[in-house]
Ligand binder design. Structure first.
Ligand SMILES: CC(C)(COP(=O)(O)OP(=O)(O)OC[C@H]1O[C@@H](n2cnc3c(N)ncnc32)[C@H](O)[C@@H]1OP(=O)(O)O)[C@@H](O)C(=O)NCCC(=O)NCCS
Length: 173
């Protein structure tokens, strides 16, 4: 298993995951941002946008530098982990530093724990001391992942952006 930066090599596998995701009706910020057709047609442009976010240059005013990695096993796209390098007002109330998503068939096998561990190492390299993670009150698995890394529950807010109560946790890097 490995984490890679987004690249065209995994386009087909990514698109397959996206199609399954859309059919499932499950929410996820990454896939819900655009239609299937958009991803198919604009894949390379989108990779360039992700590279721009990684570099932190020429970002829209309301965005911060961020890195997304893809979880790959045997050439297959299993999910992604995202790290925002800093917080802004929006991220303080929804999103935080860390985001993760795995395709359903990859869940419950330790992959999420492994991926978060890798990203904590990356966060350390960036000099980040603690990471904010936000999560739905019903998302028990995500809470377990957070707790595995010593997450401290700060509060649960009524988040308009999330559309309901949202837990805010801090993980010390
Ligand atoms: C959240 C997510 C990344 C976790 O990754 P994962 O690989 O499924 O989790 P792991 O297998 O590493 O398990 C982490 C912990 O949750 C527990 N767990 C996993 N699946 C579980 C389930 N279905 N029910 C209860 N506990 C479960 C594991 O036992 C483990 O805890 P333990 O070490 O104390 O036993 C993944 O499930 C996912 O993508 N879910 C959908 C998207 C999502 O919720 N993203 C987060 C938004 S905040």
């Amino acid at each position: 298993m490995k984490l890679v930066l987004p690249n065209t090599q995994y386009k087909d596998s990514f698109l397959e995951a996206m199609r399954k995701h859309k059919a499932s009706g499950e929410p996820d910020g990454l896939f819900d941002e655009h239609t299937e057709q958009w991803f198919e047609e604009r894949f390379d442009d989108w990779l360039e946008t992700l590279a721009m976010y990684r570099s932190g240059h020429d970002l829209p005013e309301d965005k911060v530098q961020s890195t997304q990695w893809w979880v790959i096993k045997n050439g297959k796209w299993l999910g992604r982990v995202s790290l925002r390098h800093e917080l802004n007002e929006h991220l303080m109330h929804y999103g935080g530093h860390l985001g993760y998503y795995l395709i359903p068939e990859a869940r419950g096998k330790g992959v999420g724990t492994w991926a978060v561990q890798q990203v904590l190492e990356e966060a350390k390299k960036l000099g980040l001391k603690k990471l904010l993670v936000t999560c739905d009150t019903h998302n028990i698995v995500s809470q377990k992942v957070i707790q595995k890394f010593g997450g401290v529950h700060q509060d649960t807010i009524d988040s308009e952006m999330h559309g309901g109560p949202l837990m805010r946790w801090w993980i010390h890097v």
